[in-house]
Design a protein around this ligand. Structure first.
Ligand code: ASP
Length: 465
């Protein structure tokens, strides 16, 4: 007999069905046992005469029985199948659930993070987490649909790569074949997506994993996911327009509310003057209560800033005391290109950077890019790099730029942050299936962990402390 899903039972009154799922709740009334069976489509009450009392909550079961209408006075308005129930003929206990280390029938906010993440597979069973992870998937579907309609091509870029220098420390991976040499995990697909423009794809996107060795904060770990895109022969407005359409269509597919489908644009200077910050919130108090999403663009940022000596990655990235504010691969605005090329008025040079802000959070950022050698070389010169250091860092990009790279620009949106806002949560970790704890430990599996000394010696490594 074929499986029936819980949400199909309403159409099967009087018929025999076979259901699979988890014991959501169990109530023993002497000879009769009531079990609410849960699958991914919903819950249904199953009634056992002299059976099922051995079941524990969260056990996995197969239930065979007849779908019956409930008498009027026993209707449960709280579940979709509240007008029916299953009269159980037989059942199989497929896997008995032991004592639960954490409850799964609450919101979960009351449970310690470490415990939630150790048993994340249980934690994810709770209704709130099921909703968020499914909303995340729908959001990605909405974005994909919108971009595919515009002829974007989804391309994967490498995970083992060379340092991409985007303002954070790299995670590095030792190489067995080249002892003493290391790969870096990508801080973003920035250079590869630009090379895909050289390759002639013109419209690229990817749901990309990025890894940055930044101090973990209470609401984020080392990994995050970006919706990364790049386009050739575009203006800033072209990229912004594509993003607006994709974000609006994805948000609408979640039935979330959006303040305006056209996102206002503020320059960085205007934002500071008007709101005192480049991350501001345009919502009224009423809109905040209603969970409305308010998007705005901020552009015309300074290209460079003085290095923050407390930021180790900034100190390392810069040799001159100046570093980029957003992205070393950006282009300055046309009016400031002459200054940029001559290394003059460094603090006044504005970049083509545009950031997307939602409800006071930065949810994305991008720019038009350097696509000729002189512009990118000047950026690194301003940061104090010698010719040798420049070639070592971005020499491969210079080669590509000399082999027919079109003008291009793009953006990356923080998917975790967008999902957090769309689901009205306050931590990025609530939107990630298997997040890290605040001190950088993985969910469920205990990493980082020791490795076999044999592995280390194959890699030519030894631990000094
Ligand atoms: N690569 C940039 C980042 O990760 C985004 C972009 O400019 O496309 O922040």
């Amino acid at each position: 007999m074929k499986r029936t899903l819980v949400n199909e039972t309403l159409l099967k009154i009087g018929e025999e069905v076979k259901l699979y799922g988890w014991v959501d709740t169990k109530r023993d009334h002497g000879k009769i046992t009531f079990v609410d069976l849960r699958d991914f489509t919903g819950k249904i009450q199953c009634v056992g005469q002299d059976k099922m009392s051995e079941l524990t909550t969260e056990s996995v079961v197969e239930v065979m029985g007849i779908v019956r209408k409930r008498p009027q006075n026993l209707i449960n308005p709280n579940i979709d199948t509240g007008t029916i129930e299953v009269e159980v003929g037989s059942y199989k206990l497929l896997n008995k659930c032991g004592e639960l280390p954490i409850p799964v029938d609450s919101t979960g906010y009351e449970i310690k993070e470490e415990l939630r993440f150790k048993y994340r597979y249980l934690d994810l069973r709770r209704e709130r987490m099921q909703k968020i992870i499914r909303l995340r998937s729908k959001f990605i579907e909405g974005i994909r649909k919108s971009l595919f309609k515009k002829d974007f091509v989804e391309v994967e870029t490498p995970i083992l790569t060379k340092s991409t220098r985007e303002g954070a420390r790299d995670f590095i991976v030792p190489s067995r074949h080249f002892p003493g040499k290391f790969y870096a995990l990508p801080q973003s697909p920035q250079q590869y997506k630009q090379l895909l423009m050289t390759a002639g794809f013109e419209r690229y996107f990817q749901i990309a994993k990025c890894v940055r060795d930044e101090d973990t904060r209470s609401d984020r770990g080392y990994e995050f996911t970006q919706l990364d895109l790049e386009m050739s022969f575009v203006s800033e407005e072209d990229v912004m327009h594509v993003v607006e359409e994709a974000v609006v269509s994805a948000v609408e597919s979640l039935s979330a509310k959006i303040k305006s489908k056209k996102f206002q644009v503020f320059s960085y200077k205007e934002a500071l003057e008007k709101y005192g910050s480049e991350k501001f919130d345009l919502r009224t108090d009423k809109e905040k209560e209603d969970g409305v999403l308010a998007f705005v663009w901020v552009n015309r940022f300074p290209f460079f800033k003085k290095v923050d000596v407390k930021d180790a990655a900034e100190v390392e990235d810069s040799k001159s005391g100046y570093t980029f504010t957003h992205n070393p691969f950006s282009r300055p605005i046309d009016e400031h290109l002459p200054w940029h090329l001559k290394g003059e008025h460094i603090e006044e040079i504005l970049t083509t950077q545009y950031d997307l802000v939602c409800n006071g959070y930065e949810v994305g950022g991008g720019s038009l890019r350097a696509y000729t050698e002189d512009v990118l070389r000047s950026t690194y010169k301003i940061m104090g790099y010698s010719e040798g250091e420049i070639l070592g860092s971005v020499g491969h990009m210079f080669e590509a730029f000399k082999l027919g790279t079109p003008p291009h620009g793009g953006i990356a949106l923080g998917l975790d942050r967008l999902v957090m806002l769309a689901s009205n949560e306050e931590s990025l970790k609530e939107t990630i299936a298997f997040p890290m704890t605040g001190n950088g430990k993985t969910s469920v599996m205990d990493a980082p962990s020791d490795v076999d000394p044999k592995l280390l010696s194959e890699l030519g490594l030894s631990i000094s402390s």
